[in-house]
Design a protein around this ligand. Structure first.
Ligand code: GTP
Ligand code: MG
Length: 413
């Protein structure tokens, strides 16, 4: 095995990544106005922070078609280059996915680490994967991401060596590297098949209990809610992707037992490699009887988050499951106000109170809707009543002879 592959293996093994000083790059396009671009960069900054980096500066460019070679235009790239050189920048992080050749070209120009959104998310997953099961899933996704990028990286090294006379052997070595990575992918896939089978057996062993899954954007409070409801201790913190493994707990509301699972959070443009390799984790969602879609209503982009989650749910063929929308963090919800003598400012969603929101699509929504604070334990009784009622409905449809066992929630006490 040549040194280069060792280097890659080393990179994949490493658990902490020293980004430290980073620069972000985003674009403004026809479909992505300045405000949207800012929102996306805010999220990218949070991702960078989660990965252990500090954002020193953001660059944005108005561009409709990305430059095929360097993604952003030459002039903007010069600006970035100057800044990177004079400010000791370790990595430049792009909000969009770069092609392998763009990544290579930019790396040559800026001579620092170039990371795109997918790469950044993969790094966070790698840092956070605790169990060997989660690590296998992440490693598979990383190798899949790496495979098309091997040529570029190799050419880059070759250049450093001077290159003359290296072409023949160089190309052979690329092929060798590719084969090694492909073999590794094949091996990890096999390992995943075994794991998938084990997980399926485990899920099968859980018997006739109704399965409820907490789903939602990352950092919305799924694990916090799980802890409150099941009195278990699931790791929750104010960083993205705190949870990578699924935790399943038996929960009893009233006298009605069911299984509640807490699982990986979703994000806009979740790398497809991750959706594929997290199949087994996502199977928990796929096989659930009921979804509790948790939303952080205090986040200014919560409607976008809902759309991203719904898109991923339909990608994993779970878009039409019975769902309860759980709007969490009502304690942290704030809105702008318009003074009574202000006749100019138009009322927008930023001015909505919670009551205003309740009158919008949330009211007409076909699904059930709840407003809670998992942190302050507000409206948890309503949450329990709703979940009890919906789970009971599924239960008695499935096991009609058990009907008499479960009275109305109000009659339980
Ligand atoms: N203000 C407020 N904060 C909350 C509430 N619920 C959770 N949080 C906070 O939100 C952050 C994220 O909570 P988690 O429970 O880890 O969120 P998660 O959805 O499991 O996140 P991932 O596992 O990363 O997808 C933590 O800092 C929680 O303390 C709430 O009702 N109000
Ligand atoms: Mg969590």
């Amino acid at each position: 095995m040549c040194n280069f592959v060792f280097l890659i293996l080393f990179m994949l093994e490493k658990k902490t990544i020293a980004y430290e000083r980073a620069v972000l790059i985003g674009v403004i396009t026809k479909d992505q106005d300045e405000a949207k671009s800012k929102e996306y960069l805010d999220e990218l900054e949070f991702l960078t922070y989660t990965a252990g980096g500090e954002v020193v500066k953001r660059f944005t460019q108005k561009i409709d078609v990305p430059n095929p070679k360097t993604f952003i235009g030459t002039g903007k790239m010069d600006e970035v280059e100057q800044f990177v050189k004079s400010n000791d920048i370790g990595s430049v992080i792009f909000d969009d996915e770069l092609s392998p050749s763009q990544q290579k070209n930019i790396e040559r120009l800026l001579k620092c680490k170039i990371i795109d959104r997918t790469g950044l998310i993969l790094d966070i997953f790698a840092q956070r994967a605790k169990t060997s099961y989660a690590r296998t899933q992440v490693e598979l996704a990383q190798y899949q991401y790496l495979l098309p990028r091997l040529t570029g990286l190799w050419t880059h090294l070759e250049r450093q060596r001077g290159g003359i006379g290296m072409r023949g052997p160089g190309e052979t070595e690329i092929e060798t590297d590719r084969r090694i990575v492909r073999d590794k992918i094949a091996l990890l896939r096999k390992k995943m098949v075994t794991i998938d089978k084990q997980m399926a057996v485990q899920r099968g062993n859980r018997g006739a209990l109704i399965r409820v899954a907490l789903v939602g954007y990352t950092n919305v409070g799924k694990s916090t809610l799980m802890n409150v409801i099941s009195k278990s201790e699931v790791f929750a913190e104010n960083k993205l992707f705190a949870t990578l493994d699924t935790t399943v707990r038996k929960v009893v509301i009233g006298n009605l037992p069911f299984l509640l699972s807490d699982t990986v959070g979703f994000i806009r443009k979740l790398p497809t490699q991750l959706v594929d390799s997290f199949k087994s984790t996502l199977d928990e969602v796929r096989e659930a009887d009921l979804l509790l879609h948790v939303v952080d209503i205090s986040h200014p982009n919560f409607e976008d988050h809902i759309a991203s989650v719904n898109q991923i749910l339909s990608e994993i063929k779970s878009g039409d499951k019975p769902t309860v929308m759980v709007f969490n963090k009502i304690d942290a919800y704030t809105h702008e106000t318009i003074d009574s003598d202000d006749l100019v400012t138009e009322k927008t969603k930023a001015h909505y109170t919670l009551d205003d929101w309740k009158k919008t699509w949330m009211n007409s929504s076909a699904e059930d809707v709840l407003f809670i604070s998992a942190l302050n334990k507000e409206n948890l009784d309503e949450f329990k009543r709703k979940v009890y009622t919906v789970v009971r409905e599924i239960h008695v449809t499935r096991f009609p002879y058990n009907n008499f066992l479960y009275p109305d929630y109000e009659d339980l006490q």
